[in-house]
Design a protein around this ligand. Structure first.
Ligand code: FAD
Length: 490
């Protein structure tokens, strides 16, 4: 059994940032992930905002790690060629004097935290965003908010770690640990056992469960659900900033924003729930979001027209509303990085660098030398649809698969899907292809491309078509007809 220096549990943005930062060192690193690909948890369903803590409580770990995150993360995104909308800015609107007073306080807090912020008059606001409700009386404005592609970033971090020799194991759910004296000596999944000198728990919503494999714990992760509307690209230019209404203390307030792909994202609610697997949306909550946020901010947006899907993400909030980052109490080589709710995306690199300092303090790994052959950048990557006509034609002449469109909505070709299947982190589930290339994220939501992608995965990997999954074990799309054939459609 290979023994790793560091083993990370969970391949969300935190696990992948850790892998990315750790892979700079001359160490053996592994990541275990229970689903089929990276970015399967909160990292795939969130507001995608990179901000420096406009509403994080001073003195908390959340406030500490988000400080200066914009510079830190944009440097990494530039190196890894991850697209983002830098500094598109946030406008929070006020409909009455009471709201305006709260926004003035928000401006003062932001200025105190070293962020740029000011109050806009109604006229100034409507000049910047003509589609905002003309019933506003003013707004808070800060330029220090960017919009990123959360799963693109997570994939790029993981791929870079992989170029730097990190081993990723998918469909591997950690279900127990084995300890000897005051150390964890191995973790077990249903199929395998893995050994390392240091273990890091970055299991998101399940970080309390994983921590409890090691010892009695005094924290609990309470999921807080956020539901969203996603509008078609036709509506993507309705606004050019992140527009928000005032929060209710538990969230920054609901937002409407243009995504990096040109869609319009609107949400989200913030409702505490018990079931960590409940990612369903409800009519009641979506109605509330539409009434209290979308139509209030942008009256021209419809409740249904242009909406291509609705979805939910679960915040891994600890009951004390702060991050739990630190060494386990009773063992010396197990570190928890738990309760990473918003702004976890923004803070991911700062958190990873801090956790590396904790790893060093364990003294379990002696040498922390930077790799000689460290690969700092990912190869630049352009989708076929982003190439100019000559570049695209050149490619198609060499390989006709780059001329065969499989996802009509997002214009993804067969050649790109084949490349993703054989890429450094192979995308061999439907959700993996979706996150890597956006197949199925457009207007038809996979209605046209799904069966074609299943066929391509089968042809390229030899995996039986009935074994090809949406994501986790048991999420197969196809079933084998029972003996004598399926008569149900006769
Ligand atoms: C609605 C919403 C809005 C948000 N908006 C923003 C925002 O605008 N800006 C911002 O900065 N942040 C935002 N966040 C927060 C951000 O998305 C999270 O902080 C971040 O994604 C957390 O990453 P993670 O890696 O800790 O968790 P996850 O992404 O959930 O990853 C954890 C991983 O661990 C895996 N796992 C779990 N158990 C096991 C096990 N036993 N064995 C192996 N693997 C396991 C899971 O499958 C998962 O892939 C938002 C979050 C939500 C939900």
């Amino acid at each position: 059994m290979k023994k790793y220096d560091v083993l990370i549990i969970g391949a969300g943005i935190i696990g992948c940032s850790l892998a990315y930062e750790l892979a700079k060192y001359d160490l053996e690193i592994a990541v275990l992930e229970k689903t089929s690909y990276v970015a399967s948890g909160a990292t795939k369903a969130n507001s995608a905002m990179l901000h420096e803590g406009l509403s994080t409580k001073p003195g908390t770990l959340r406030a500490k790690f988000v400080k200066n995150s914009r510079k830190l993360l944009t440097e990494v995104m530039d190196k890894l060629h991850v697209p983002y909308k830098e500094g598109i800015g946030l406008i929070t609107v006020a409909f009455n004097e009471q709201e305006l007073e709260l926004l003035k306080k928000q401006r003062d807090d932001a200025l105190e935290n070293g962020l740029d912020a000011r109050i806009l008059s109604k006229e100034e606001t409507l000049k910047l965003e003509p589609n905002i409700n003309s019933g506003i009386i003013g707004a808070f404005y800060s330029k220090s908010v960017s919009v990123i592609g959360p799963y693109e970033l997570c994939i790029a971090l993981a791929e870079n770690a992989s170029y730097n020799k990190t081993d990723f194991y998918f469909n591997e759910e950690v279900i127990s640990v084995e300890k000897y004296q005051n150390r964890v000596i191995k973790v077990k999944t249903k199929q395998n056992e893995y050994q390392a000198k240091i273990y890091i728990n970055a299991a998101g919503l399940y970080s309390d469960t994983v921590a409890s494999f090691v010892e009695d714990i005094d924290f609990r992760i309470q999921p807080r659900k956020g539901e969203y509307f996603l509008y078609d690209k036709k509506y993507g230019s309705t606004v050019s900033h992140v527009i928000s209404v005032l929060g209710n203390g538990k969230s920054k307030g609901m937002i409407v924003l243009p995504t990096i792909h040109g869609n319009l994202l609107a949400g989200s609610s913030a409702v505490s729930i018990d079931d960590k697997e409940d990612k369903g949306t409800t009519k009641e909550t979506l109605d509330m979001i539409y009434q209290e946020a979308i139509s209030k901010m942008i009256p021209s947006l419809s409740r249904t027209e242009g909406v291509i899907t609705c979805f939910a993400g679960l915040r891994a909030s600890e009951v004390n509303e702060d991050y739990i980052i630190g060494k386990a109490k009773t063992v010396k080589n197990f570190i928890n990085v738990a309760g990473i709710q918003s702004p976890g995306l923004s803070s991911c690199i700062a958190i990873a660098r801090y956790v590396i300092e904790l790893c060093k303090q364990t003294q379990e790994v002696e040498l922390w030398n930077i790799k000689n052959n460290y690969i700092a950048e990912n190869p630049p990557y352009k989708r076929i649809v982003e190439l100019n006509e000559d570049e695209a034609n050149d490619l198609i002449r060499k390989n006709a698969d780059y001329g065969e469109i499989i996802c009509r909505c997002e214009l993804v070709t067969k050649g790109e899907i084949i490349d993703a299947i054989h890429s450094i982190i192979p995308a061999t589930s439907i959700d993996a292809i979706k996150r890597k290339l956006r197949c199925g994220m457009g207007r038809c939501q996979g209605g046209f491309c799904l069966e074609r992608i299943i066929k391509i995965i089968h042809e390229e990997t030899g995996i039986d078509m009935v074994e090809i999954r949406k994501d986790c074990v048991g999420s197969n799309y196809l079933i084998k007809p029972s003996k004598g054939g399926d008569k149900s459609h006769d």
